[in-house]
Design a protein. Structure first.
Ligand code: SF4
Length: 446
C-alpha cells in the first residue's frame, strides 16, 4: 500500500486515542497496542523494529524495562515523544521525505542539526565550537524559516548543536511553542539547566536535552573544567525529579574509552535518569586537533563489544555512531538522514565535516540539498560496503578528498580554515590500521 495513504489511515485512527488507552495500565495494554500497530502497518514496514518490540514485550527484557520507564515520565512529554518523534517525524515525515526524494532527485533528511549560536559558557579542550568564535548566531527568524522549509519536506526532528544552544534558551522555548508538532533535542553541557528551565520544558513538552559527559568526575572535568561534573549531576537530578526525558552524549577517545563504556558508567547514567546515550568517536577535526586521541583498533573493538553487550542488558537506548552504521545503511550525513547548519548559515554535510557550497541566507534548504557537495555525497553513498567503515573522512579519506576537490566546497571554519588534505592526512593512517579489525568484525557477522 502506498506509504502516504497508510499514514493518513493511521492518523484517522487517532494516535492520541491509542496512547490514552495505554496510560492507565501500561503493562497490560502495551501488548494490545502492539497488536493494533501490526494491524495498521503494512507487513514490510519497520519489520526489524516491530519484531524487536514484540520480542521485548514477550521476554520482558531490558528494552521492555525502558518502555516502562517512558511511562514514568511526565504525561505531556511522553505524548510529545509519541506524537512528534514516532508519528510525525518517523511515520508521516518519512512518507513525505520519500516522495520529495523521488521528485527532487536528492537526499531529504530525517533530522536537521543546527547551531543557534557559536557562543558557549565553557571552554572545553579540543571543542571545535570554541574555534568558531563567539559572535555568530542564527536569528529566531532564520531558525523558524529553516523549520518551515524542513516541514514542507517532511522533517519534524530538529537537533541543536553549537556552541552551547542553551545560551539561547528563551528562543529555543519560543521555537518549541511555534512548532508544537516537531520534536527538539539539544546537545548541551547541561550547566544552564535549572528549575525555571525544567518548568518551561514541562510547559512546552517537546524539548529533550542530550547532556555531554566525558566520563566520571576526573576525566570529565579535566576536559570541561573544574566543577562541571557536579553541575551535570545536579541538572540530571532536576530533570529526573520533574520526570523529564533526557539522555547523555559522550565522545570516546584513546584516553577515556574504557571509562565511558564501563558497566559503572552505564549504571551511573541509568540511575541518574538518562533514557538514552549517544556515543561519538573522536574526530580530529580542526587545524589544532591531534591524531593521538584517535582510538587504536583494539580500543575501538573494545568499545564495539562493550556497547553491544550492555545493549542486551541495560534499560538504555544506545547509539554508537561509528560502529552502528549497519542499522542505518552507512553514513547518515549529506542529507541522507541529516545535515548540519552552522551559526553562520553554512549548510554542512555533517557536524564533523566543515566544507560547503551553500549558505541558508543565500539559498533555500532544498537548493542546499542539491548543491554540488551534497549531490556528490548522494551519488557516492554508501562509501563502503563494510558498515564498520562508513565514513568518507575517518575510514575512507580518499572519498572526502575527492568530493571536496571536485565540487569546490570551501572550509566553513572561519577561525582557522583546515584544508581537506590536512584533515585527511590525519585519518589516512587510522583508516589503514582499522581496516583489518573492521573486516574481521564485519565478516564475523555479530
Ligand atoms: S560523515 Fe562520517 S561522521 Fe559524519 S555521519 Fe557520515 S560517517 Fe558519521
Amino acid at each position: 500500500m502506498e506509504r502516504k495513504r497508510v499514514v493518513e489511515k493511521m492518523q484517522g485512527f487517532a494516535i492520541n486515542q491509542a496512547l490514552n488507552y495505554i496510560e492507565g495500565n501500561p503493562e497490560e495494554n502495551i501488548p494490545k497496542l502492539m497488536a493494533l500497530v501490526d494491524r495498521f502497518t503494512p507487513d514490510d514496514w519497520y519489520v526489524g523494529q516491530r519484531n524487536a518490540m514484540r520480542s521485548a514485550i514477550r521476554k520482558k527484557n531490558n528494552w521492555y524495562q525502558l518502555i516502562l520507564k517512558i511511562y514514568e515520565l511526565d504525561a505531556g512529554a511522553r505524548e510529545a515523544i509519541f506524537q512528534n518523534l514516532l508519528f510525525n517525524a518517523s511515520l508521516k515525515g518519512s512518507a513525505i521525505q520519500k516522495e520529495a526524494e523521488q521528485r527532487e532527485g536528492c537526499n531529504i533528511p530525517w533530522a536537521i542539526l543546527l547551531d543557534p549560536t557559536s557562543a558557549c559558557n565553557l571552554r572545553c579542550t579540543g571543542c571545535w565550537a570554541a574555534e568558531y568564535g563567539h559572535q555568530l548566531n542564527l536569528s529566531l527568524e532564520d531558525i523558524d524559516s529553516i523549520i518551515r522549509q524542513g516541514k514542507a519536506l517532511g522533517v519534524y526532528m530538529y537537533i541543536y548543536t553549537g556552541g552551547e544552544p542553551m545560551v539561547r534558551r528563551r528562543d529555543l522555548i519560543r521555537l518549541c511553542e511555534m512548532h508544537p508538532d516537531c520534536e527538539f533535542l539539544a546537545f548541551t553541557n547541561g550547566t544552564l539547566i535549572d528549575e525555571d528551565f525544567c518548568r518551561e520544558m514541562l510547559r512546552v513538552r517537546n524539548f529533550i536535552p542530550a547532556i555531554s559527559l566525558e566520563g566520571f568526575e576526573e576525566a570529565n572535568d579535566s576536559r570541561r573544567g573544574a566543577g562541571i561534573f557536579q553541575k551535570v549531576a545536579a541538572a540530571m537530578a532536576l530533570l529526573k525529579a520533574h520526570k523529564l526525558p533526557f539522555g547523555i552524549s559522550t565522545c570516546y577517545t584513546s584516553r577515556n574509552y574504557a571509562d565511558i563504556t564501563s558497566e559503572e558508567f552505564f549504571d551511573y547514567i541509568i540511575d541518574s535518569g538518562a533514557l538514552f546515550a549517544w556515543f561519538f568517536h573522536y574526530m580530529p577535526v580542526g587545524n589544532d586537533a591531534v591524531a593521538e586521541l584517535l582510538p587504536t583498533p583494539e580500543q575501538r573493538e573494545a568499545v564495539y563489544c562493550n556497547i553491544r553487550a550492555f545493549r542486551q542488558m541495560k534499560p538504555l537506548f544506545t547509539m554508537d555512531f561509528q560502529n552502528d552504521a549497519q542499522y542505518v545503511g552507512g553514513c547518515i550525513a549529506g542529507g541522507r538522514n541529516y545535515l548540519h547548519i552552522n551559526a553562520k548559515g553554512d549548510v554542512e554535510l555533517c557536524v564533523f565535516i566543515h566544507y560547503s557550497n551553500a549558505n541558508i541566507h543565500d539559498c533555500s534548504l532544498l537548493d542546499a540539498l542539491k548543491s554540488p557537495i551534497f549531490m556528490a555525497y548522494h551519488d557516492a553513498q554508501p562509501f563502503n560496503e563494510n558498515m564498520l567503515r562508513p565514513c568518507p573522512m575517518l575510514e575512507n579519506p580518499e572519498c572526502l578528498r575527492k568530493m571536496v576537490r571536485s565540487t569546490g566546497a570551501v572550509s566553513t571554519d572561519y577561525q582557522s580554515p583546515e584544508s581537506v588534505d590536512h584533515l585527511c592526512d590525519k585519518t589516512t593512517p587510522y583508516a589503514a590500521n582499522w581496516t583489518p579489525t573492521a573486516e574481521k568484525l564485519w565478516n564475523s557477522g555479530d
